[in-house]
Design a protein around this ligand. Structure first.
Ligand code: SAM
Length: 359
């Protein structure tokens, strides 16, 4: 913060709180995601939050059907995963796809998580590899579960007249603890994608320039194949609805949610929902086709999750149901497919319930 002249734009603060080597939430190597809360569905151990592949292996097994169809359409045998967390999804996909995948390449920002993934996936041998940088050309299928929501966002505040970028300063108020942070706004030329008249005074919202930059880079590199991103979020009209005056920024720790990222930086996850319209627009501008957009529930059912559960025990069924039910992950989580070079490709996950028209 001192190096930046005393004021850090929020996206830089979030990047440090999540990814500063050895200190950031994802860089410390002791993240608690990947286990159910104590006592939940009989599982042992606590966690900060649970992602779909951690909750049920049915997630990866159903997604594998979509990946297999897309690999066939692209004539490819390579899968790329962005932000692989504990390696749970990679394990599920590799198991389900078997010899269909010759190479599974992981792009992971956190070296602590990369080490955890390497341990978990050791039995798949040299088929699994990690890269720090993308090659100039990508072919095959790309997947990313809950990676876009973990990318730093810029915070914007509208006072009724003007937009400000919200940043972070050291809190020097009498009585504050040393090392505390406070908000500080600066006028900015940055804007959310809707006109000013749409927003109520006092609105604080986010824009996702880093996530958009990732999509642009992928679009530049993807020659033939499909990218599937799964995350919580909405189309633009819902994201920037005038009643959503506080934005979507959230922190997760021990299955509790709070809205103050300035407290306990590095000890908790910070996320923002995804604006899927912005992702689709950036992708289209960069030459990709939006091959589908739907809810996680529709996607997984289209991929046959219910058939896959026929022989499952009661616990596995109950967990998989959480992926589908509206009040759990079924409706809030969405899946978007971005394709290039696949004429007439109809991804099976979007056959019923496609919502691309809402983007
Ligand atoms: C919320 S976790 C999700 C982990 C996993 N996909 C799952 O579903 O359990 C976010 C993951 O994305 C990684 N990540 C965040 N930004 C990234 C980026 N720009 N490139 C690659 N990985 C990134 C984090 O280190 C972490 O592994």
């Amino acid at each position: 913060m001192a190096q930046a002249g005393g004021w850090l734009p929020f996206d830089q603060f979030m990047a440090l709180a999540l990814y500063a080597p050895g200190l950031g939430y994802y860089a410390r190597g002791d993240q608690q995601f990947g286990h159910l809360p104590p006592g939940a569905l009989g599982a042992a151990g606590g966690s900060d939050f649970v992602t779909a592949p951690e909750l049920s292996p049915g997630f990866g097994t159903a997604l594998a059907r979509q990946v297999a169809q897309a690999l066939d359409a692209a004539g490819a045998d390579t899968v790329w995963e962005f932000g692989a967390g504990s390696g749970a999804l990679a394990e599920q996909l590799l198991e389900a796809l078997g010899a269909r995948v010759a190479r599974y390449t992981i792009v992971e920002l956190s070296s602590a998580l990369q080490a955890r993934q390497a341990q978990r996936l050791a039995r798949f041998g040299s088929r699994v590899q990690w890269v720090q940088e993308l090659p100039p050309e990508l072919n095959g299928v790309l997947v990313g579960n809950e990676v876009l929501d973990a990318m730093p966002v810029q915070l914007l505040h509208f006072d009724g007249q003007q937009w400000h970028e919200r940043g972070v300063v050291a809190d020097l108020e009498a009585g504050s603890l040393p090392g505390s942070f406070a908000w500080a706004d600066r006028p900015t030329a940055l804007r959310p994608p809707l006109p000013d008249g749409h927003f109520l005074p006092g609105t604080v919202t986010e824009i996702h320039l880093q996530a958009q930059a990732l999509i642009r880079t992928l679009a530049d590199r993807l020659q033939r194949g499909v990218a599937f991103f799964i995350d919580y979020g909405f189309p633009e009209a819902e994201y920037y609805h005038p009643q959503r005056r506080g934005g979507t920024l959230m922190c997760h720790r021990a299955h509790r949610v709070d809205d103050n990222p300035l407290l306990d930086a590095g000890d908790k996850d910070i996320t923002a929902h995804v604006d899927f319209s912005a992702i689709a627009l950036v992708a289209q501008d960069a030459g990709l086709d939006v091959a589908g957009y739907t809810t996680q529930a529709h996607f997984l059912m289209n991929c046959g999750l219910l058939d896959l559960l026929q022989d499952a025990g009661p616990r596995e069924r109950a967990n998989a149901q959480k992926l589908l039910t509206e009040h759990e992950m079924g409706e809030l989580f969405k899946v978007i497919a971005l394709a290039r070079g696949l004429q007439g490709f109809q991804p099976l996950g979007f056959v019923r319930g496609d919502r691309s028209h809402t983007l």
